[in-house]
Design a protein around this ligand. Sequence first.
Ligand code: PEP
Length: 297
Amino acid sequence: MEGVKKLFFGGNWKAAVRPSQAAGFFAKFAAGLRGHVYDLEMAGARVVVAPPSACLSIARQALVNEGLEGVVGLAVQDPWIAEGAYTGATTFEMAQDPLVGAQYALIGHSETREPHRIYRSVAVLDETRLVEIGGLTGKSPRPFRIAIDAVVNRMTRKALELGMIPIVCVGETLEEREAGKTRQIIEHQMSGALAGFTPEQIGKMVIAYEPVWAIGTGRTATPEQAQEVHEQIAAILMEHSHTAENVVPVIYGGSMKPDNVAELVTQRDIHGGLIGGASLKPEVFLELILKGVRAFS
Ligand code: PEP
């Protein structure tokens, strides 16, 4: 069953923007975006920005001031799953608070799949898993991956429980690609992320395929390389959810820019992008989005 493909563009600001810069970004972005809201609607395109947590309320206020609250969504980066004594954490609940208003949660980004974070997460989730994963030193890649997938799954559940939309990132490292393990890694990460969810819950997710070797490196996957993995992800989604094609946006991330967005989003199973570097300047991010929308319509 085939649905209509809709576009999704997410800007991942990581830790590269300060609150005062966030306010300036939205003022410029709004000025450029305002004339294109109709084009975005026609393409069914969603635009989301994931600022650092210190910038979230300012970003929300800027969107309200610019009248773009319903046009641009906000995502929290790598939120923490429990409230309480966790120094330094930003929780899902904080991000969803009315004064902050994030509707999306960026989960499982390769930069957050680090041993110490995962160790902490697993300790909160289920102590028995500590036994299963043993020493999280990176020396034992297989148990380490199982632990990460379990945490990603738990975070995804938390987002859905709160009515937030999880943007779940998967992707292989260069080493894994060169060893011919891309399909296997994607299969593990995807089945780990989707385990135990109903088709209805899966239908609310966004999946980002981000080959780790293409993130922030200027080295983009070719449209064919990306499409091959997106096709696999589409098949896994169908297996787990039996819903219509194109219900879950599967976006590509890894050095997406205005110059390569068109060739990527015109691939059959690519629904847009998760964009790091090129989302930091409002005029570049806007150019990328508009080129993507035009290529597609
Ligand atoms: C990212 O961080 O998700 C990303 C894709 O970064 P970049 O676009 O800079 O490669």
